[in-house]
Design a protein around this ligand. Structure first.
Ligand code: UDP
Ligand code: MG
Length: 312
């Protein structure tokens, strides 16, 4: 019998977890030709999430959990999911029911037809701030253009992954993670399934604007070095104009013997060049920091226990 795992990273989801479990129940019962596992990754929740999960496990042996030693963020929690999942395939979903479990049977049928990565594509983004929508749209455009890789818009982490994808993803252990890009990067046979996003069932989104910005920077810098090239190109263009301007000034001075004029021009030039240099250094620093973190070679996350057993 094939085993299907549902993998759910949870951070402060005590209210949502029972609702999700209740929603999964009928689907697991209906699809009785599969063996099921529900794997919760408790990502350093500060509320009762772990207790709730433990209670579920007590009542239903199909429930497994990994408890991380602190909050590592969803990206790393997902890696823990890839490491501990036991199924022949896994369905990655959020705890807040924004990913409708009703889509799972459709995903499974595509999987049975030989697809390795059946990803959910949002039809609507639910209730979201317009600015956030705009920003995310702009972000995808930039990423798409610069990464030379198809990173699909409105496609999130809600997806079914075959064992071959899971085993491959396990090998991508970088510290600064942009999992959405990794799904594209690993390739394999992909298929799309549409779903409608709903509002959060309970609790609140744990992403702050700052975290989202971080993720956007992560997305760009971990998949492309185009920003480095852009700063080089800007450098070239600015130097070219500076050179032309230098010749002009030189000739002017030689011909007209100009007195001290030109303070504004000098100020503007210095400030502008200073700005360009600082930005470029900042971009280089972003990549350098990444190398620094990566070379420390620390584990990407630390698990405290798996199903009540100590991992360390
Ligand atoms: N999550 C997590 N660790 C974090 C933040 C979020 O494991 O540090 C989980 C969260 O519990 C949820 C999923 O990631 O299951 C998506 O989070 P959320 O709903 O807050 O994000 P949004 O839907 O707003 O993108
Ligand atoms: Mg959510």
């Amino acid at each position: 019998m094939k085993k299907v795992s549902i993998v759910v990273p949870c951070c402060n989801e005590a209210a949502a977890v029972p609702l999700l479990y209740a929603a999964l129940q009928p689907i697991m019962t209906a699809q009785s030709e599969y063996q099921w596992e529900v794997l919760f990754i408790n990502d350093g929740s500060k509320d009762e999430t772990l207790a709730v999960i433990k209670a579920l496990r007590l009542a239903d042996a199909r429930v497994n959990y990994v408890d991380l030693s602190r909050n590592f963020g969803k990206e790393r929690a997902m890696l823990a999911g890839f490491d501990y999942v036991t199924g022949d395939c896994m369905v990655l979903m959020d705890a807040d029911l924004q990913h409708p479990p009703q889509v799972i049977p459709e995903m499974l049928s595509w999987w049975e037809q030989g697809y390795d990565d059946v990803y959910g594509k949002r039809i609507s983004r639910g209730r979201e701030h317009w600015l956030r929508k705009r920003l995310s749209l702009a972000f995808y455009k930039i990423l798409q253009k610069s990464a030379r890789m198809e990173i699909l818009q409105n496609v999130g982490d809600f997806r079914l992954l075959d064992r071959c994808c899971i085993n491959t993803l396990k090998k991508l252990r970088e510290q600064e993670r942009y999992t959405k890009g990794m799904f594209s990067w690993i390739g394999f046979r992909k298929h799309e399934v549409l779903f409608e996003t709903r509002d959060r069932a309970a609790g609140r989104s744990s992403w702050s604007v700052r975290q989202l910005f971080r993720l956007a920077v992560e997305g760009i810098t971990s998949f492309t070095v185009v920003p480095l090239k852009i700063s080089a190109v800007i450098g070239f263009i600015v130097s070219f104009f500076a050179f032309v301007y230098m010749i002009i000034t030189l000739l002017k001075t030689l011909i007209y013997g100009e007195p001290v004029h030109g303070y504004p021009t000098i100020m503007v030039t210095i400030l502008f060049l200073g700005g360009v240099q600082l930005i470029s250094i900042g971009i280089i620093g972003e990549y350098l920091g990444r190398i620094f973190h990566e070379t420390k070679n620390r584990p990407t996350y630390i698990a405290r226990e798996y199903n009540g057993e100590r991992v360390f």
